[in-house]
Design a protein around this ligand. Structure first.
Ligand SMILES: Nc1ncnc2c1ncn2[C@@H]1O[C@H](COP(=O)(O)OP(=O)(O)OP(=O)(O)O)[C@@H](O)[C@H]1O
Length: 464
């Protein structure tokens, strides 16, 4: 964790606006490695810079490191763990290279240093030859590649620059040191009860500020057995009783966090496991920042590997099943497009059947609405033709499918969530295209009504 405090001789450290302005206005080419707090400056890039400095180094080539959070101009690069190098001269941004692309970095530095030399030799007689970087974006592969087109058109160069700055959240992947590609991952974070009681809003804001999305969350009070099972590998250690005590002292918050390389980043932010060590060696780490007075156990957990994250997530967010119905009068095209949307959202369709409900079944299905003014119309509608009945399986399936459907009334849906199915396809509040169970009991009852008693094993097998 000491990478937070490294000072590099090769690179000047820019950590406030004043230093930023000073660095930009110094003569020559300035190459800035923009980094994120949890990644630290990129060591692989430093090696390339060191080589360049030795090969073509003179006073016209300078290097800097700056944290995206510290400098306003760099704020659009917040949250990207991929190294981003910016090339400036006379305060102007000339070029951007993302990723540890040694040859491209070297080539860019060589060319731009040459320009600086010419400028120095020719003074005001120097006429710039503009070279442009284009971003070739293949949406299908989510891959962004930089190509030096060597064109002389300033407006095109501006476009590419703007592209990089205005779409920093594009899933940009480029060469990395090990040739691997950063990917969106999920990890499990636990906020232990004492911290949750005292500083819930603050820790959630911090998580958000560090670029994580909360894909799922659940407040849960663990029993002694559940806590012991979760931490069984620590059984027998001197801290085990204290840990179990902390884990069961009230509700904790389990979070499924997503972002690029979520597992590594979350672990990196947490810092050392022992609170005193975290405070001493890594005071910026979350375990130091969010330690609770007089509690020796740290307040935050994170999975160690992607495999462990998957196991941990399954424990806190087990697969749920919900009943989804495409209501009568659908066209084949509508049915296919809804099913595609379901698959794209990551649901497994564990069972599917097309079935015309009898009046009795429709009455049973909507028995909670008996007596309401629309009840008879609802039963008529639901029994007048076949419906597509599906069991959808996923963590958090009930809530997620209801979110996909949107509000009961399509007019309200169009206002608040225009992309939901009801906003796009419902005819009216009555004929609103899709149904989804409201809770676990409702899901179980209606799955039983439509599909009979499906053994759990069948569902699990189908999920795979
Ligand atoms: N005010 C209303 N006027 C007409 N029909 C209505 C009205 N409210 C609900 N409905 C019909 O009854 C169904 C069940 O209503 P409920 O309040 O359970 O909404 P929902 O949970 O969004 O929908 P569903 O149970 O079909 O998933 C609605 O989907 C709709 O078809």
């Amino acid at each position: 964790y000491s990478y937070y405090t490294f000072i590099y001789k090769l690179q000047i450290e820019v950590s406030n606006e004043e230093q930023w302005k000073e660095a930009l206005l110094a003569p020559g080419l300035l190459v800035v490695d923009v980094y994120q707090r949890w990644c630290g400056p990129c060591k692989a890039v430093q090696n390339i810079f060191r080589k360049c400095k030795t090969e073509y180094g003179d006073d016209l080539l300078r290097f800097a490191v700056a944290e995206a959070d510290d400098i306003l101009e760099l704020s659009s690069l917040k949250g990207k763990c991929l190294p981003v190098c910016l090339f400036y001269s006379g305060g102007k941004l000339l070029s951007i290279v993302r990723g540890v692309n040694g040859p491209l970095l070297q080539k860019t530095i060589l060319e731009l240093v040459d320009v600086e030399k010419k400028k120095q030799q020719l003074g005001s007689k120097y006429v710039p030859e503009v070279r442009c970087l284009f971003w070739v974006i293949s949406l299908r592969s989510n891959y962004v590649q930089e190509v030096d087109m060597g064109l002389s058109d300033c407006s095109i160069e501006m476009d590419s620059r703007q592209l990089a700055f205005f779409f920093p959240t594009l899933n940009v992947t480029s060469d990395t040191q090990a040739g691997s590609i950063s990917e969106i991952q999920k990890t499990l974070a636990l906020i232990r009860p004492s911290l949750l009681r005292k500083r819930k809003d603050e820790i959630l804001k911090t998580i958000h500020d560090f670029g994580f999305q909360i894909a799922m969350q659940r407040e849960i009070t663990l029993t002694d057995e559940q806590a012991k099972e979760f931490y069984k590998d620590h059984d027998g250690t001197d801290y085990f009783p204290g840990l179990i005590n902390q884990m069961t002292s009230g509700p904790l918050l389990a979070l499924a966090l997503t972002r690029e390389d979520a597992v590594l980043h979350w672990r990196g932010l947490l810092g050392p496991k022992v609170v005193d060590e975290a405070k001493e060696k890594s005071p910026e780490s979350l375990r130091a920042q969010f330690a609770i007075d007089n509690v020796a156990i740290n307040q935050l957990h994170g999975s160690s590997t992607p495999e462990e994250a998957q196991r941990d997530l399954n424990k806190f967010f087990p697969t749920e099943h919900t009943l989804a119905v495409i209501k009568p009068d659908y066209t084949q095209e509508l049915r296919d497009s809804i099913i595609n949307r379901i698959k794209e959202a990551g649901f497994s369709i564990s069972q599917v059947t097309e079935k015309k409900l009898t009046r009795d079944m429709a009455e049973e299905f909507y028995k909670d609405h008996v007596g309401k003014y629309f009840y008879n119309h609802l039963v008529d509608y639901m029994s007048r033709g076949p419906s597509v009945m599906m069991i959808l399986s996923k963590e958090n399936a009930i809530t997620e499918w209801r979110e996909m459907m949107g509000p009961t009334d399509p007019e309200q849906a169009k206002q608040g969530s225009p992309n939901c199915l009801r906003a796009q396809f419902a005819k009216s509040i009555l004929e609103n295209v899709v149904h989804g169970s409201s809770n676990v009991q409702h899901a179980m009852d209606n799955i039983m009504l439509i599909f009979g008693d499906i053994p759990k094993q069948t569902l699990l097998k189908k999920e795979k």
